[in-house]
Design a protein around this ligand. Structure first.
Ligand code: ZN
Length: 331
């Protein structure tokens, strides 16, 4: 057992979405050659984390790991001591429509590519666009994953989707595939704190920990960095107060926040041509880094920031000790 902590834990991750995956989801031509900004953004994010002495989780897309041009950037993340998670192979935000065999093949292919590029075999998964299903969770559990981190318990998913597709040129079929991007209204009723999913009666399936991307307790609106940066483009002071309120509510509600970062939180319009449709892209990378530093700094003043693997392990230990207490009646 580790020593008692003075602060509750929070986890932090990066979804390493690449330029092509945004273009693909948005229906923009040219994504098929997999344009990449990883060589620019990865060193920036690693420097940011090194300055804060933080080790966090990077969810990597298998397709990127499979390409020689991204190898150096991806290997440097593992070399810096961060956890590597699986963010699917093709980055299709409609994994909930996959059959069991299709999903298994997708995951296995991503695992092989990611391990090849980083030397780490992932034990955590996050579905693109917060897509998940009973099938995805069962397959992950069977493949020995410790945790899944694919839920965003918010009511505003449909709003975010409408915003994203305002400028998209997609066929009717492509719109159906992307129907659940950012989730459904009812997702707002999903748990906001991590929980354990047990697959009963399935030999070898066991259980898996679900770690939702935390939304503001009670109101269930997102407060991860991309949302803050969007608010900051309206009013930086508003963004700071919004984040403070969200953290205060987490502490009151006893929620261990799990927050995420995206490459676009570190890239300005000067770095990523063709992504101007994305909210907050009018803010320069320098301004963005300032806001991200401020937010991560205030998260750290109240919580100990860890990678998701550690958060999952501690939750599982806590769950086991609760079961033991119940069995022995010593609670
Ligand atoms: Zn993604």
């Amino acid at each position: 057992m580790s020593a008692p902590r003075s602060k509750p834990i929070a986890s932090l991750s990066v979804d390493l979405d690449n330029q092509w995956s945004y273009m693909k989801t948005h229906g923009d031509p040219g994504w098929e050659v997999f344009p990449s900004y990883l060589d620019i953004v990865v060193p920036r994010i690693l420097k940011f984390l090194e300055d804060l002495d933080l080790k966090i989780t990077f969810f990597i897309v298998g397709q990127d790991a499979a390409l020689e041009k991204n190898r150096e950037a991806l290997a440097s993340i593992a070399q810096a001591g961060h956890e590597i998670g699986n963010h699917s192979f093709h980055h299709n935000p409609w994994l909930h429509l996959y059959s069991e065999q299709e999903f298994e093949a997708e995951i296995a292919r991503a695992e092989a590519a990611i391990e090849g590029a980083t030397g780490q075999r992932p034990v955590g998964f996050r579905g693109p666009g917060y897509s998940l299903s009973d099938t995805t969770l069962r397959v992950l559990s069977r493949r020995g994953y410790l945790y899944d981190a694919s839920t965003l318990p918010t009511f505003i998913g449909p709003l975010a989707r409408a915003y994203y597709f305002r400028t998209a040129k997609l066929s009717a079929e492509q719109r159906v595939q992307r129907k659940a991007l950012f989730g459904k209204f009812s997702d707002g009723f999903r748990p906001n704190r991590p929980f354990q999913i047990v697959f009963e009666g399935e030999p070898g399936a066991g259980s898996i920990t679900e770690i939702p991307v935390t939304t503001m307790p009670v109101l269930r609106i997102p407060f991860h960095l991309s949302y803050l940066l969007y608010l900051a483009s309206v009013s930086p002071r508003l963004a700071v107060s919004y984040f403070k309120i969200a953290l205060a509510l987490c502490r009151l509600a006893g929620v261990q926040p799990s927050l995420l970062l995206h490459p676009l939180d570190f890239l300005g319009s000067e770095d990523a041509e063709g992504l101007s449709f994305f909210p907050g892209m009018a803010v320069s990378s320098e301004e963005k880094t300032g806001i991200v530093s401020h937010a991560v700094g205030s998260l750290r003043s109240h919580f100990q920031i860890v990678e998701l693997r550690q958060q999952a392990l501690e939750l599982q230990q806590a769950a086991l000790s609760t079961v033991a207490q119940l069995e022995f009646g010593s609670g």
